[in-house]
Design a protein around this ligand. Structure first.
Ligand code: MOS
Length: 713
């Protein structure tokens, strides 16, 4: 029997996507569908003094206009336990429940019409009088506060100290202290967020762009005060998300509110501009890293602080400082995290949330330490590698980071690097090399899957998972095909429907290790059931089924983490090497080459895995050189809220990306042996580029992105 797991097969859903057959949230065809347009606040703080909707109501095609004055009051019940992807404190935005304005871009009215154009036209005719109040929009001027107890419990606490970092730093012969920041970044996915809401009596069906159908179901049930079984969420395809579709955003509630108000199904699609204020973003964060080391470069003390923005109504916190406590061996560490509440919408996870940005600061500081000690940056990291997760004092379930450094150095040609900056030229271009460590903790959650094996030799496998692009459809098909001894063409995998067996969030790189093991468990359960009919175990499963006279066998099973989570720490590791070319006259930075070598455990599909990492590397180039919200402190608004001015890397910005996986299989972490490879793809890329820019130019640009003007002075 040949196996397909580990083979670089094409994405099973690719033809559907390429031919436009794949149906995204806004594309579902419903009878009697009405269209919604959202009208948002122009001020960052205050109240609606008066709102005049007369002209909007009389506009052609307009069915209804809903404001806080006529919207149904919603119960907004608390959830017993907040999902880990949600802010752990504060209260979600209550839409159209009162006149209060907490940020610019807050929904203040919704217009429902026969066509999208009529709805947009109606929204433009709404006249609002605001009573504006002074807003807090500048991070540097605002008071910061420690995260709440709930964030502490979720591992995003304020201060953690181990040993005596102050004394260790004071005594250290070599010290480095850096201050850095990264910009507020937006997900800028191809598919804007969209929801179609449809009520049938008291039952609500939502076609939504989401990474977690079960979460949207639970949230909407609580918001409307109905039972979860009265809500069904359908989301077969997601056109990119990176964390922006983990939670149910206010516009999902708006769509359901509007549909109930007009008694028709309603489509609400955010405009591109609205995606900058109606969903979350990667919060602007300032960091400070102090490293103390002995003359051999061994870390003696580390103090890492971060200050990040959140909103006025919710406390969103990140694990920014966690890598610093786990990655490098050091007995004396303090991490300190603070939040600043601003009049803006609530931030949310964006690929490698916290981890990628915490690593950014740590890895830039490590580069400077290597220089001060006079040690090669790779050697410095090897010398400080932690053989245990020192934060939890547990051994790693697997760790091939040393192999990543070795292979990465070789493939990149790291030995050609000159430690002195500005030593390599190509005509007018300055050439620089830089590297950084990549790291992302591996987690898994309980998941269920159902297998229907048919006597005709095909199988249908289902789980309420999601596929925002990493290849869930393909990997699950491969796993089921092998476990059922069927060709991949005979296996059909379905996801994205709350009617399917429950799956955890499609985030935090957990899908493969969670849903994948459930799929295999369900296939094994099929084998077990058929064993009685074929004790030899040699007859193909579908043939056993045929002989038994059954048309179909349905089996459901689940998989969950066990005691290994208490005895081991698990993580994916990698090393990232970047070459840059900087034009010193124009300050332009190009990235001709990135080499990334990763330990992600077992790779189910090398082609899809490579493409997943390539996507993250592109995001890393964006973080390093391009992506930033232009935040106007006077208005409390993102001024470049469009894809013409919010720059992401395009083909011309991306050259040679080399992705390698070192041999690795983590059977302690989970039976499949895969560790997850989504978030790690962006980790380490931006600091490798920043370090390369220093090597090229002798300038340490600490505030990302590294825009041309920052290299000119
Ligand atoms: Mo990922 S930021 O958990 O979608």
């Amino acid at each position: 029997m040949t196996t397909v797991v580990g083979e670089p097969i094409d994405r099973v859903e690719a033809p559907a996507k390429v031919m436009g057959v794949a149906v995204y949230a806004a594309e579902f065809v419903l009878r009697d569908l009405a269209y919604a347009a959202v009208c948002v606040s122009e001020i960052p703080r205050g109240r609606i003094a008066a709102i005049d909707v007369t002209a909007a109501e009389q506009a052609p095609g307009v069915i209804a206009v809903i404001t806080h004055e006529n919207a149904a009051r919603l119960p907004y019940h608390q959830r017993a336990k907040r999902p880990v992807v949600d802010p752990q404190d504060g209260e979600r935005l209550h839409v159209l429940q009162g006149p209060e304005i907490l940020f610019a871009g807050q929904p203040v009215a919704i217009v429902i019409a026969e066509t999208q154009e009529q709805a947009d036209q109606g929204a433009a005719l709404i006249d609002i009088n605001y009573a504006q109040e002074p807003a807090i929009t500048a991070l540097r001027a605002a008071q910061s506060h420690p995260p709440s107890e709930h964030n502490e419990e979720a591992g995003r606490g304020g201060e953690v100290t181990q040993g005596d970092p102050d004394a260790a730093l004071a005594a250290a012969p070599v010290r480095v202290s850096i201050t850095c920041s990264h910009a507020r970044e937006h997900h800028a996915a191809m598919e804007p967020h969209a929801t179609i809401a449809h009520w049938d009596g008291d039952c609500l069906t939502l076609y939504d762009k989401t990474q977690w159908v079960d979460n949207v179901r639970a949230e909407l049930a609580h918001v409307f005060g109905i039972a979860e079984k009265q809500v069904r969420v359908i989301s077969p395809f997601v056109g990119g998300a990176f964390g922006s579709a983990l939670r149910a955003w206010p516009h999902v509630t708006l769509a359901a509110l509007a549909a109930r108000h007009v008694g028709r199904p309603v489509l609400l699609e955010l405009t591109r501009r609205q995606t900058f204020s109606s969903i979350g973003f990667r919060p602007y964060t300032e960091q400070n890293v102090e490293l103390g080391a002995d003359r051999a470069g061994r870390l003696a003390g580390v103090i890492h602080t971060a200050r990040a923005q959140t909103s006025m109504y919710e406390e969103y916190a990140e694990v920014t400082l966690a890598p610093t406590r786990s990655l490098y061996h050091c007995a004396n560490i303090r991490t300190h995290y603070e939040l600043v509440s601003l009049n803006t919408n609530t931030p949310c996870p964006m690929r490698g949330p916290g981890t990628a940005t915490g690593l950014l600061a740590l890895e830039m500081a490590m580069d400077e330490l290597a220089e001060k000690v006079g040690l090669d940056p790779v050697e410095l990291r090897i010398r400080n590698q932690s053989m245990r997760d020192q934060a939890r004092d547990l051994p790693w379930s697997s760790n091939e980071l040393a192999a990543c450094y070795r292979t990465g150095s070789e493939r990149f040609g790291w030995n050609r690097r000159r430690s002195q900056p500005r030593m390599i030229h190509d005509g007018n271009w300055l050439i620089g090399y830089g590297m950084a460590t990549a790291y992302y903790p591996s987690h898994r959650s309980k998941a269920r899957a159902q297998v229907s094996l048919f006597a005709n030799g095909t199988a249908l496998v289902r789980s309420a998972a999601s596929d925002m692009g990493p290849g869930t459809y393909t990997a699950m098909t491969q796993l089921a095909a092998d476990a059922l001894q069927l060709p991949t063409e005979a296996v059909h995998f379905e996801l994205g429907d709350t009617a399917m067996p429950e799956a955890p969030v499609h985030g935090g790189s957990i899908t493969l290790a969670s849903v994948g093991n459930a799929v295999v468990a369900a296939c094994r359960a099929v084998q077990d059931k058929l064993k009685g009919l074929d004790p030899t175990g040699r007859i193909p499963l579908t043939e056993v089924l045929q002989r038994s006279g059954f048309e179909c066998l349905d089996v459901e099973a689940s998989a969950a983490p066990g005691v290994e989570t208490e005895t081991y720490a698990s993580a994916a590791f990698g090393s990232v090497f970047a070459e840059v070319r900087v034009d010193p006259d124009f300050g332009i930075t190009r990235v001709p080459r990135v080499v990334g070598v990763y330990d992600v455990g077992r790779v189910i599909n090398p082609k899809v895995a490579r493409s997943q990492i390539v996507g993250g590397m592109v995001g890393g180039i964006g973080m390093a050189l391009l992506e930033h919200a232009e935040w106007d402190e006077r208005l409390g608004k993102v001024m470049n809220a469009n894809l013409a001015e919010y720059l992401v890397p395009v083909n011309a910005d991306v050259e040679d990306l080399d992705v390698q996986f070192v041999p690795s299989e983590d059977r302690i972490f989970n039976p499949l042996g895969s560790k997850g490879l989504a978030e790690i793809a962006i980790c380490g890329v931006a600091p490798a580029i920043a370090n390369a820019v220093y090597n090229a130019t002798g300038k340490r640009v600490r505030h990302l992105p590294i825009l041309p003007e920052k290299l000119l002075h």
